[in-house]
Design a protein around this ligand. Sequence first.
Ligand code: DX5
Ligand code: ZN
Length: 239
Amino acid sequence: MSKICTDKQKDMESKSAKKHVLVSPSLLSANFLRLGEDILSVSSSDMLHIDVMDGHFVPNMTIGPLVLENVQSITSLPLDVHLMVENTDFFIDLFSPLKPKFMSVHLAGATHLHRSIQKIRKEGISPSVVLNPHEDPSTLEYILQDLDMVLLMSVNPGFGGQSFIESTFKKIERLKEMITRLNPNCLIEVDGGVSDKNIHRLSVLGVDVVVSGNYIFKSKDRKEAIKSLQVPVHASLPR
Ligand code: DX5
Ligand code: ZN
């Protein structure tokens, strides 16, 4: 692991020790014609969320490892790779050499989920499973012990800028109960439609990491937008 990576890792750990919700801006909402500038504009965040889409699992396509390698050359933010693909193991192999901090695979995209999770772990990467909006957390009963994070989709995967699906709140409560019982160290990440409008409720429910694309990249002051999401963990709802 490079020194930059180790330093950023330490930084991330100390940030999480301060216990604020970790913010992972989704690169999908960046302007790809000035990608470098846009990445540097979100350097006060805690991670960088990379959406990988294959045009099969979701009706959209994004970036591959070549672009990501270039992204890594200009930022020391830990990478949070979200694979929205049909051939899960192929993509794990493709992105593993880049050593992201997290690699999230969809429950619906993996034929042998347990094997895929072990594969990610073996690479020294933190494994995470993604649930689509209709999927029940109870499906994770026998895999939760092996995970470092569960990613709950709060929109249908494929596109940025969609509205937050309200039933996610109830799902977070259920998942939190399971995590407390089965693997208290496992983080909860929420992806899609996150903004200053729902961040307080998410933190009260125990969400550890939020992905945010449009809210951050479309705001006039991205640093302020990021700060508005880095609320204390388990903050109480504002009046
Ligand atoms: C959707 C992606 C999300 C998305 C989030 O498939 O997984 O990461 O880019 O963007 P916003 O915050 O705009 O919903
Ligand atoms: Zn995502």
